[in-house]
Write a protein that binds this ligand. Structure first.
Ligand SMILES: Cc1ncc(COP(=O)(O)OP(=O)(O)O)c(N)n1
Ligand SMILES: Cc1ncsc1CCOP(=O)(O)O
Ligand SMILES: [Mg+2]
Length: 217
């Protein structure tokens, strides 16, 4: 696990963040992680709402080990208890999850803390909060991976980009190779994807293609 400040630097340098799907039950999670990370994914998050908490905690060891082999960061979603027990370098909380002060109260200053945002106001709050290390803006397009969450559209991305946040931020929701150009044109430099890699016939190649287009800018 990287030292906290190292993790913050690496998060700021990250361009491609992958949330996994519920593939553990298919038995190919480890192979998939190796492929995606070999393709250049910078941050990987186990996002599987079907897992009970004990199994999720077990699987974080696998995620941590594979991420370390590839020099990538790994993140825990939603669960501060799991993040603490697993020693996660990154934890992600949505608007309906634990509030930022509660997460810091439980986990202290060490983990990189990310926040979901769905409006300009929420993005501004995240940007102004010194305890938020990165935030995500989306879903840009409606996506089956986040049912019930309305699309925010590229206009919000443009609006957020225009505020020139100093906090690293990512675009999320419905992003794939075809739409990536529009996302970059709207001002994002970092993206989070699920299906663009999890549903690719060749996840390593899909990750490599996305990462190459994201570059280092
Ligand atoms: C990196 C990243 N960005 C956004 C989310 C979404 O979080 P949330 O809005 O809490 O929704 P769930 O993923 O918990 O369903 C995320 N998980 N990761
Ligand atoms: C977790 C989450 N939060 C906003 S959109 C989303 C899912 C994005 O999935 P996909 O990249 O498959 O559209
Ligand atoms: Mg959440």
């Amino acid at each position: 696990m990287p030292a906290p400040d190292d993790a913050r630097t690496r998060l700021a340098d990250a361009r491609l963040y992958l949330c996994t799907d519920a593939r553990e039950e298919r038995g190919d999670l480890e192979d998939f992680l190796h492929a995606a990370l070999a393709g250049g994914v910078d941050v990987v998050q186990l996002r599987d709402k079907s897992l009970d908490v004990a199994r999720e905690l077990e699987l974080q060891d696998l995620v941590a080990r594979v991420a370390a082999e590839h020099g990538a960061l790994w993140a825990v979603n939603d669960r501060a208890d799991v993040a603490r027990l697993a020693g996660a370098p990154v934890v992600h909380m949505g608007q309906g999850d634990l509030p930022v002060p509660a997460v810091r109260s439980l986990l202290g200053p060490a983990p990189v803390l990310g926040r979901s945002t769905h409006s300009a106001d929420q993005a501004a709050v995240a940007e102004a909060d010194p305890d938020v290390d990165y935030f995500c803006v989306g879903p840009l397009w409606a996506t089956p991976t986040k049912p019930g969450r309305a699309a925010v559209g590229l206009d919000l991305l443009r609006d957020v980009a225009a505020t020139r946040p100093t906090t690293p931020w990512f675009a999320i929701g419905g992003i794939d190779a075809e739409r990536l150009g529009a996302v970059l044109d709207a001002g994002a430099t970092r993206v989070v994807v699920v299906r663009a890699i999890t549903q690719a016939s060749d996840p390593e190649r899909a990750a490599r293609d996305l990462r190459a287009r994201l570059g280092t800018v």
